[in-house]
Design a protein around this ligand. Structure first.
Ligand code: SF4
Length: 369
């Protein structure tokens, strides 16, 4: 069995660690590129959301490298995620690929089913498999912690790119760590490297939160590495969604003492008090939660993403209630980096002028489509 899975940010490091620990051969798809997007777009229904298309491209690229089994997450609720797997299975069958698809439903909703699938996948002992989950968790958490520091450093570093170079080497090294101690040592070493970066002292920095649909928030290929663009524009990014939080919320039942989405859901309730699928409710709650910490909020989502469209309509009200500039960005296969950069420049320029140049007339709600 040669398994593969879709990309989403740094998930390949987590996934590879877990499934290799299960005793499986793992084929990590090549990183998402224009080629991945073109393959996915060619074979997907036009109206499908962008993550379905790119994931399909990931699978086909991995199949060409020898993968014969796809492991993917399932979904529940009112949005389309619940039938992603079926559509992708049919497309791949129509294309003549003979492969198996193992769909892991959210463990907090279908625990028994997930359990059966995990047992089916396991080729090693329980001890070894549990160890690999434990190790994968520590890797994921360490990556997220360093990425938060990266967000803080980018707008302040004298030589733009220093922090990203260190983070790139950190990712390569952490992938090959085989014990929790190695993970800790590697993370400590790279934290030290980051702390040695020359920074501007007292540089005016604005703070912007990125909220929205999890795939577009976490996958730099689809958001055009928006966090890096913002860093270059002198913006410290606050991102309330990280993979470790998702794992803690959905896999560990929120038992670990790290920040989860409970508070955001509570804060969203005056605006939206029920589940609308995806991360719609969290998007609204995160904007409210961060209103005093940031100077503006960017919501990002795939074009036609239903939960985020619902959230967008409520973000108008959040923006009005707290005088918080909020911009919404939808992405699809037609989105270009130049257009996105222009919008980010305009949005952050408005915030900057308001915050540092006293242009009070510039306080406006900035919503986009
Ligand atoms: S959350 Fe949005 S992008 Fe994801 S499957 Fe649902 S509608 Fe599509």
């Amino acid at each position: 069995m040669k398994v593969t899975f879709p990309h989403m940010g740094h998930f390949h490091i987590t996934g590879k660690t877990i499934f290799e620990g299960f005793g499986l051969d793992v084929v990590v798809p090549p990183p998402c590129t224009k080629k991945t997007l073109n393959i996915g777009t060619k074979y997907s229904p036009e109206s499908a959301c962008l993550p379905l298309k790119i994931n399909l491209g990931n699978y086909i690229e991995a199949i060409e490298l020898g993968a014969d089994t796809i492991i993917m997450g399932g979904g529940v609720g009112p949005c389309r995620f619940g039938y992603y797997a079926e559509i992708q299975r049919e497309i791949l069958e129509d294309l003549g690929y003979n492969l198996e698809m193992v769909v892991l439903e959210p463990p907090d909703v279908h625990l028994g089913e997930v359990w059966d699938k995990v047992k089916y996948l396991m080729r090693s002992t329980w001890t070894q498999s549990l160890k690999s989950i434990h190790l994968a968790w520590h890797k994921t958490y360490a990556i997220d912690q360093l990425e938060m520091e990266l967000h803080r450093l980018r707008p302040r570093e004298i030589n733009f790119g220093d922090a990203d170079n260190i983070f790139k080497h950190f990712l390569i090294e952490i992938e090959s760590c085989s014990t929790k101690n190695q993970v800790k040592k590697t993370a400590d070493y790279y934290k030290g490297e980051l702390s040695g970066i020359p920074l501007y002292k007292g540089k005016p920095v604005i703070k912007v939160a990125i909220v929205g649909e999890i795939y577009t928030v976490l996958e730099p290929f689809v958001n055009f590495d928006m966090e890096k663009i913002l860093g270059r524009l002198g913006v410290e990014v606050y991102r309330p969604l990280f993979l470790s939080q998702w794992i803690n919320d959905h896999l560990f039942g929120g038992l670990l003492p790290i920040k989860g989405s409970k508070k955001a859901k509570k804060l969203a309730s005056p605006y939206l008090n029920y589940f609308v699928g995806g991360h719609g409710r969290e998007t609204v709650g995160h904007a409210v939660e961060l209103k005093d910490k940031v100077d503006g909020v960017i919501q990002i989502a795939p074009l036609t993403c239903m939960p985020e469209i619902v959230a967008q309509t409520l973000l108008f009200k959040v923006s009005e209630d707290f005088g918080l500039p909020i911009m919404t960005i939808y992405v699809d296969e037609q989105t270009g980096k130049a257009g996105l950069t222009t919008r980010l420049e305009a949005f952050t320029d408005m915030i900057y002028r308001n915050k540092f140049l006293g242009k009070k007339e510039e306080i406006v709600t900035c919503m986009g489509i």
